[in-house]
Structure formats: C-alpha cells, structure tokens
Design a protein around this ligand. Structure first.
Ligand SMILES: *[C@@H]1O[C@H](CO)[C@@H](O)[C@H](O)[C@H]1NC(C)=O
Ligand SMILES: *[C@@H]1O[C@H](CO)[C@@H](O)[C@H](O)[C@H]1NC(C)=O
Ligand SMILES: *[C@@H]1O[C@H](CO)[C@@H](O)[C@H](O)[C@H]1NC(C)=O
Ligand SMILES: *[C@@H]1O[C@H](CO)[C@@H](O)[C@H](O)[C@H]1NC(C)=O
Length: 223
C-alpha cells in the first residue's frame, strides 16, 4: 500500500515541479499577507540569495569595490539591448538613451563555475525563467525590478573601460537612489559586458532614429 502511495506521489512530481510559464514581473508583486491558502499554485517569487555567494569575488576592475558592510545578494545575467538615438549630425556617433534587458539569476551557475563567462552563463540560463527587468525611467535613471528583491532606481557614479573597449560597453558602478526604490539594494555593478557599443556614426540613418545594439552583462547586486 505504501509503495502504491509513493508511486502515485512520484507520478505527480513532474506536474508539481514543472517550470511555471514566463510571467510579467508585476505578477510577483503581491503583498506579503496575500499568500493564498487555498491556491494550488506555489508562490513563485524566488528566494534571494538563491545560492551561497560568500565564496564569489567580483571580477577585478578599477571601479571602487563594494563597502565591507555590503552583502552580495544576486548576480543577475542581463540580456537585452543598449539603445541610442541619432542627432542631426549623422557623421557623429549616436547618444545613449538607455537599455532594456531581461534579468536571469546567474548566482548558482557562478557558484558552480566561478570562471564562467557571461556568454557561457547565457546558455546556462537559456531555459531559466526571467527574475525581472532592467530598463530606464529616464535617460540617466536605470531601474532594476527584480522578484524577491523589489525595485531599485539607480544613478551611475563611476565607469571604466571593459577589457575589450572596442567590442564591449563599459563597466559601471551604480548607486541606488531612495526615490523610486522599494528594495534594500545599495550598489549595482555592471561587469563582464558583451557587446552593446554604439556604432561610430549614424550614416544611413535619420535624425531621431533609435539604434538598438544587443548586449549581455553581469549585474552584481549588493544590499
Ligand atoms: C494586506 O496588507 C495591505 C497593506 O498593509 C492591506 O491594505 C490589505 O488590506 C491586506 N490584505 C489582507 C487580505 O489582509
Ligand atoms: C479561496 O477560495 C475561495 C472559495 O472558493 C475563493 O472565493 C477565494 O477567492 C480563494 N482565495 C484565493 C486567494 O485563491
Ligand atoms: C530600446 O529598445 C528596445 C528593444 O530592445 C525597445 O523595446 C525599447 O522601447 C527601446 N527604448 C527606447 C527608449 O527607445
Ligand atoms: C559632426 O560630427 C563630427 C564627428 O563628431 C564632427 O567632426 C563634425 O564637426 C560635426 N559637424 C557639425 C556640423 O557639428
């Protein structure tokens, strides 16, 4: 009899643990007191940090390192576009107007393989569910809306060239702003960037055109 119960339970497992469909971020923004007692859907908001990150060290750069009082909460893989717009002078490079990216939790992949490149993380995360979105509120205010962490609006406070500056967008240090933020996040570093650089000029385009350039990056997020 016990065997048959176990077999039945085992037969149900694939259904119970099947990956939930991709959901818009706002789906996760439920109040803490709204946990549904009679719902069959498990609460899908991820627990962050999802892996023990204490052994990870941030890729070295000339950026000011995070303060000793800060804790690494998440390494998010961002996949999206850097956006630029062309001015009236088409021989000049377009100017940055922000970025749009989906965020994936790369924390466990990195703890398993601390030397994994951003590209390698991309393939690891291909089947994973997005944990949030990165976008711009205005041209200078990046926003990170992450399930399990909350929303963070930030300002760029420092940048440095990527190791391949003619191929990859700069590395950045962002500082969280109280305004617009609901998370405890204090600092976000954009590191190990891949792609995303503006073209050298806007020839063949018109003034006002938006140029989107694909990029990937690791966002190291501290609270
Ligand atoms: C949950 O908390 C919010 C904010 O405190 C409150 O407005 C709401 O009525 C609460 N909902 C329930 C079901 O208790
Ligand atoms: C729980 O079940 C009751 C009765 O079926 C329903 O009215 C209610 O909306 C359900 N609550 C949740 C949070 O699913
Ligand atoms: C940037 O490009 C993305 C496409 O990746 C688009 O969805 C978004 O609206 C663009 N944002 C701006 C401000 O142009
Ligand atoms: C247009 O941009 C190019 C490249 O930056 C610059 O050399 C040139 O002087 C600019 N032309 C005008 C009219 O501003």
């Amino acid at each position: 009899m016990y065997t048959s119960i176990i077999l039945t339970a085992a037969a149900l497992l694939p259904t119970v643990f099947a990956a939930p469909p991709r959901l818009p971020t706002h789906f996760f923004k439920r109040c803490a007191n709204e946990t549904s007692i009679n719902s069959t859907t498990p609460d899908t908001a991820p627990v962050i940090p999802s892996c023990d990150l204490s052994g990870l060290s941030q890729p070295t750069s000339t950026l000011t390192p995070p303060g000793a009082d800060l804790q690494l909460m998440l390494v998010a893989l961002g996949q999206g576009t850097q956006n630029y717009t062309c001015g009236a002078n088409l021989t000049a490079a377009p100017t940055a107007i922000g970025a749009v990216a989906q965020l994936f939790d790369a924390s466990c992949a990195l703890t398993n393989d601390p030397t994994a490149s951003t590209k390698a993380l991309g393939s690891i995360e291909e089947s994973a569910k997005s944990i949030g979105a990165h976008f711009f509120v205005d041209n200078t205010t990046p926003d990170f809306d992450i399930a399990g962490l909350g929303n963070t609006q930030a300002k760029k406070v420092e940048d440095c060239n990527a190791p391949s500056p003619t191929a990859d967008v700069k590395w950045l240090r962002l500082e969280a702003q109280a305004q617009g933020s609901t998370s405890q996040v204090k600092q976000i570093y954009r590191l190990n960037t891949v792609g995303g650089l503006a073209p050298g000029n806007c020839e063949g385009r018109a003034a006002g055109d938006v140029v989107t350039v694909e990029y990937e990056a690791q966002y190291w997020i501290y609270a």
